[in-house]
Design a protein around this ligand. Sequence first.
Ligand code: HEC
Ligand code: HEC
Ligand code: HEC
Ligand code: HEC
Ligand code: HEC
Ligand code: HEC
Ligand code: HEC
Ligand code: HEC
Ligand code: HEC
Ligand code: HEC
Length: 351
Amino acid sequence: MRIFIAVGLVTVGIFAAAGSLAPIAAQEGTTAANPYHLPPTHFGSENPQAVHAFDVAPGFADAPVADNPQAPDATPVGQQVCTACHSRESQVFAHTTHALGMQVAFTANPDAATCEACHGPGSAHAQNPLQAGAIIAFTHDGGTPIKTQTESCMGCHDGGPRDHWLGSIHQRNQLSCSDCHNPMAQFSVEGLQAKQSINETCATCHKDIRQQFNRRSHMPLPEGQMACVDCHNPHGTINVSLLKTDTVNETCYQCHAEKRGPFLFEHAPVRENCLNCHTPHGSNQHALLVAPVPMLCQQCHSHTRHPNDMFNEQMLGNAMAPDERLMGRGCLTCHSQIHGSNNPAGPRFHK
Ligand code: HEC
Ligand code: HEC
Ligand code: HEC
Ligand code: HEC
Ligand code: HEC
Ligand code: HEC
Ligand code: HEC
Ligand code: HEC
Ligand code: HEC
Ligand code: HEC
């Protein structure tokens, strides 16, 4: 008796959690009524019931069988048939987010799709497992076009962070969802990543960027306190470099809010783009700078009054005629408020 109550509670809980995601997409889907795969707006007119979350079987309970254009005549066979041959995969799969939700839905309704919600109808594959394309395979040599693979996932996961997947640099470069996600096993604590963490997943292809974070000055990503997705949305954005925000500066202000100002005296290059002086992934200069001070400053300031001199080795801090602009912290000894000043006497960023 108690077990039944517990299962009931879990069912309610998972239905409630899944309800926010799946039902709308599953119903509007990419069906014959919508042959051009236009994204649903989710503004409510399409299905008022779903929007108000009344009377609609939510989440995995609704799970349709994925569409596999390469096996048009195949029919669903149900998960028992799959697990008969794939018991090892099924055991590993059992610990994942999808399996837990799908199992509850399946218990309630044996018609709910489980394996076939992602892999498509299985009869053709069960008859001849060696026929490429008969089952939706998520590997680059499995015989399933990448478009079919991603549409299988997007049947439940379009919209939201994936609004700009189509046309994104990863989509155009033939990445599949399964390049970063492995839903068959729980490799990462959350997010069903293909590797143990988000950063390791990105580093399978972006080794060079990950290497830059090993430089002397870096934000605490190797220390596990930040991830590539703090700044990037790997599913696609409408701006350059998959940044989550409209501009580079907005990205930086998320965590370095004090640099946003407003300042009484702004330093023009700061307001324009933090990357005029900083590099985001790591630098061998102090404070992620692109060049050491004073060279950094002199890239722009060489013809005004006092920085006008060309420096030579006689002027270094320990030489014959040391120049105060090279001593201590260089230009920053005096121009310390380099990001802008709010002091009435600070137009030269001294205070
Ligand atoms: C009669 C046994 C059998 C049944 C039933 C069966 N499979 Fe398979 N499946 C196989 C074999 C054997 C392979 C390996 C084929 C190969 O190496 O090319 C395979 C391969 C696969 C692959 C990997 C394809 C690739 O190329 O990466 C997937 C995915 C898969 N099966 C899913 C399923 C699903 C889902 C079901 C249930 C709808 C199912 N299988 C039912 C025997 C079966
Ligand atoms: C949420 C979608 C999803 C569901 C549900 C799902 N799979 Fe998979 N499956 C995948 C993806 C993605 C891969 C490719 C994983 C990779 O990158 O190796 C895969 C790979 C496989 C493979 C190839 C071997 C492997 O592990 O890479 C088999 C076999 C397989 N699935 C069987 C099943 C069976 C059986 C079920 C049901 C018990 C099932 N899958 C449910 C998405 C799913
Ligand atoms: C039948 C609908 C359905 C399909 C098909 C489906 N998913 Fe999911 N997926 C869900 C639901 C529901 C959740 C749970 C959502 C939540 O927790 O907010 C989920 C969760 C996830 C998560 C987050 C897991 C976590 O631990 O936070 C990832 C990543 C994911 N799915 C990727 C995929 C990929 C990749 C595919 C295709 C191979 C896929 N899904 C296919 C319904 C589906
Ligand atoms: C380049 C790598 C990459 C690709 C390709 C990718 N993802 Fe993701 N995905 C991620 C990362 C990293 C996260 C974790 C994001 C976070 O925590 O902010 C994530 C999170 C998710 C989540 C859970 C959180 C959410 O956004 O709702 C889902 C669902 C998901 N991805 C589905 C997909 C689907 C479907 C595809 C294929 C169309 C896909 N992903 C392709 C890297 C990727
Ligand atoms: C399977 C390989 C692969 C994985 C994994 C991968 N990427 Fe990429 N990524 C690419 C390719 C290919 C490009 C295009 C590179 C090019 O054209 O130079 C790219 C480009 C990018 C760009 C540049 C966008 C632009 O407009 O210039 C960013 C940012 C990026 N990826 C971030 C990520 C993040 C963050 C992750 C982890 C969540 C990730 N990538 C995982 C293959 C991958
Ligand atoms: C603190 C924010 C931040 C973090 C964290 C971050 N990036 Fe970036 N990334 C940026 C910005 C800003 C740009 C834009 C550079 C430009 O416009 O010149 C960028 C550009 C890129 C590019 C394309 C341009 C290039 O330099 O090749 C790739 C690829 C990339 N990032 C991958 C990654 C990966 C992978 C990670 C995690 C290991 C990561 N980024 C972590 C902010 C970040
Ligand atoms: C997700 C939060 C986050 C974002 C977004 C972010 N930072 Fe950081 N940044 C940090 C943290 C955390 C530190 C380390 C602070 C510390 O050690 O006291 C840091 C440190 C720095 C430092 C000092 C490094 C040093 O060696 O002293 C600079 C410079 C910097 N960030 C610039 C940027 C720029 C430029 C951007 C935008 C491209 C950016 N940050 C975006 C979190 C962030
Ligand atoms: C004109 C060049 C320049 C620009 C543009 C610039 N910075 Fe800096 N930044 C510096 C210098 C020089 C330092 C080192 C200061 C020091 O050593 O005291 C620094 C240090 C930092 C630090 C670490 C020390 C601190 O003050 O907290 C952070 C964080 C930082 N910058 C963030 C940003 C952000 C965010 C932007 C964009 C809004 C930006 N910077 C734009 C020159 C610049
Ligand atoms: C990318 C170009 C660039 C870099 C690098 C740069 N600046 Fe500037 N700086 C400017 C511009 C543009 C102004 C505004 C000039 C104006 O308003 O006439 C400015 C203004 C100033 C002013 C106020 C001068 C005035 O006339 O109001 C000082 C002082 C200054 N910068 C110092 C520095 C120092 C010190 C550094 C190095 C840490 C530096 N700048 C790096 C472009 C730059
Ligand atoms: C010893 C302190 C000191 C050091 C070091 C210093 N400055 Fe200055 N700087 C000043 C003072 C004081 C002014 C204001 C002069 C004035 O208002 O007439 C000034 C003014 C400026 C101006 C505005 C000039 C103008 O035409 O209005 C710029 C640009 C500037 N400094 C850049 C630099 C750069 C670049 C360095 C490093 C190479 C540097 N400063 C090092 C004290 C210093």
